[in-house]
Design a protein around this ligand. Structure first.
Ligand code: GLU
Length: 378
């Protein structure tokens, strides 16, 4: 595999996901940052002009922040948090799209809005529909602008944050690059506003010691943060996708990040995950896990399926067909597509498969996760 660096990056990218966080597009009080959006749009137009074959998808946050000042209740920490966010997103999303649409029109480019929830990517049919739609738009030189469909989303089914959404989309369209435009200009050893913070120019996560950094930095607006970004980046680097984190607070932020040594460049893994299994990494269901014992972990490492006998516990609720994390000693070590609902696994965990027919109403399989639907993360 050719190694990626800044000098050859722009010739090696065909499909790019650009992720714009809430503070890249809105002020703390929710006003849309018109100047920022203008410069993003000009830059994307320039990128397309320099290589008309480049396909670009935007994942934008900011809908909740842009809409919340219109609501009487803006206490997002109250127990009405989810309802307020849903309403705020319904107000803010069209405001945001209107600005994007007008600015791109000024560059003779057309945009399309796509709002997704986790199920749209998890469900095979909806995944393929979304993929076909995106391909169709990109082939027609339209710029898809994607956000989570916050209005119908709630904790259990949410993508989590738009960093996660961006990596799902990158997997879906087989992107070559994700550019995260953030406040910070890359990955630092600690909060970049603190003295002595050191920036990483290039990072190969395949051989990176996570203890070198403090990942607790998070902005007050939006849901992501450095930890979530870091976890997301690791997943897509494993799929062969390059990632850049760079600041939105400079002139020509997109072109500069792609063509010069700014921000942090995260290199794709040399050892890539097979395309067939890539969705298992990006569609992991939040808040749920299967906890296994040492024997099962040993078996998984030697390429076996996950059996009920090695399962110690189940956390959260999930359904047959969901992608669920597999944990040992509180560490996620694998993920896979489950053959049974969580309540069924609770009935058969620790048991041999010969007992399933007596313990369950419906029998699906002798295994809980088949080895073909499982990937080892660590
Ligand atoms: N979808 C949310 C919004 O548009 C943002 C989620 C996030 O910040 O990651 O406001």
């Amino acid at each position: 595999m050719k190694s990626i660096n800044r000098a050859n990056l722009s010739c090696n990218i065909h499909r790019v996901v650009i992720k714009l966080g809430s503070l890249a597009v809105t002020k703390e009080d929710g006003d849309i940052k018109l100047d920022n959006l203008k410069s993003f749009v000009e830059d994307i137009a320039a990128l397309k002009k320099s290589n008309p074959k480049t396909e670009i998808v935007i994942v934008t946050s900011g809908a909740v922040n842009a809409g919340k000042s219109f609501l009487a209740l803006d206490d997002l920490t109250s127990n009405k948090e989810m309802a307020i966010k849903q309403a705020a997103a319904a107000i803010g999303q069209p405001l945001l799209m209107h600005v994007y649409s007008e600015l791109f029109k000024g560059q003779q480019l057309t945009v399309a809005q796509i709002l997704l929830i986790h199920d749209d990517i998890k469900n095979k049919v909806r995944y393929l529909n979304t993929k076909n739609c995106l391909q169709n738009l990109m082939q027609n030189n339209i710029i898809p602008i994607i956000n989570e469909n916050d209005t119908v989303s709630f904790e259990e089914i949410s993508v989590g944050d738009n960093d996660n959404l961006a990596i799902m989309i990158a997997e879906l369209i087989s992107a070559d690059l994700i550019l995260f435009l953030t406040e910070a200009d890359g990955l630092f050893t600690k909060n970049p506003k603190e003295d002595g913070a050191k920036k990483f120019e290039t990072v190969a996560l395949e051989s990176f010691n996570i203890d070198e950094i403090d990942l607790s930095t998070k902005t007050s607006v939006g849901r992501g943060g450095m930890r979530s970004k870091f976890e997301s980046i690791r997943k897509v680097n494993k799929l062969g996708i390059t990632v850049i984190i760079a600041t939105y607070e400079r002139a020509r932020p997109i072109m500069t990040a792609i063509t010069s040594e700014v921000g942090t460049l995260f290199l794709p893994y040399q050892q890539k995950i097979k395309k067939r299994k890539s969705r298992l990494l990006t569609t992991l269901k939040k808040h749920s896990a299967i906890i296994i014992d040492d024997g099962a972990w040993k078996a998984l490492k030697s390429n076996a399926s996950l059996l009920a006998i090695g399962i110690k516990n189940v956390r959260g609720e999930f359904k047959r067909g969901d992608t669920v994390a597999i944990e040992i000693n509180k560490n996620t070590i694998a993920s896979g597509l489950v053959e049974y609902d969580s309540f069924e696994i609770k009935k058969i965990m620790g048991q041999k498969s010969s007992t399933f027919k007596n313990l369950l109403e419906t029998y699906h399989s002798d295994v809980i996760i088949h080895k073909d639907n499982l990937i080892i993360i660590e």
